[in-house]
Design a protein around this ligand. Sequence first.
Ligand SMILES: [Zn+2]
Length: 213
Amino acid sequence: MNVSGMYQRALEQAGVKNESVHHEFVTGVHGIKIDFDVTHNNRSSPLYIAGVMFKASLIMRESGGEGVIGILGIDTGTTRHAKDVATVITSAGFAMRAVALTTHKRIEDGKKHIELTDETRELVSAHKIRHIAIDDDTGTTGSSTAQPVPALRDLGVEDISVYYDWIRNPELPYLDELGVAYEGIIRVCLPDYEPDDCELCDSNVPLIPYASK
Ligand SMILES: [Zn+2]
């Protein structure tokens, strides 16, 4: 078994694939919930630490391993994780320095908006950051992850890539549309269901509506 398979198996054993509920996604389809709160809420767990190391090494490998890079967390979910990934990259002793960047979530008319914080705007400008790795956990459509991309480009960021723990669909249309590349430690598809034809609804697995999280 390769590293990706081992990571997937460990996440599933830890309960990250939460089969007791399912989600409505931004596109309206339903699917089982992948819940990284299980690992992200315990920063001293070996699984969390392994995830941070995997993510940091993936980013260093894909981005050439030198210069200044911003590591942008998405909302509260990966803010702390992005900070930890940045710490690992900077302290790895290579020629790369990472600056942790944050976003916050605003809900308006039942829609989620992921926005850059003022602190992030100041850091991008102060460090002249032109290269950003977005750190997110699950890639379903790329909808939340894609939201800060135009604002980053307005700030002069030229090179933006997304690094997921788990990409669950073959394509992430919201990122494809913006021409943003994405990588995942795990790329294993999980089934989606049309609401009228959802096996999980039929089995009375509780549904969490979009934007209620
Ligand atoms: Zn359903």
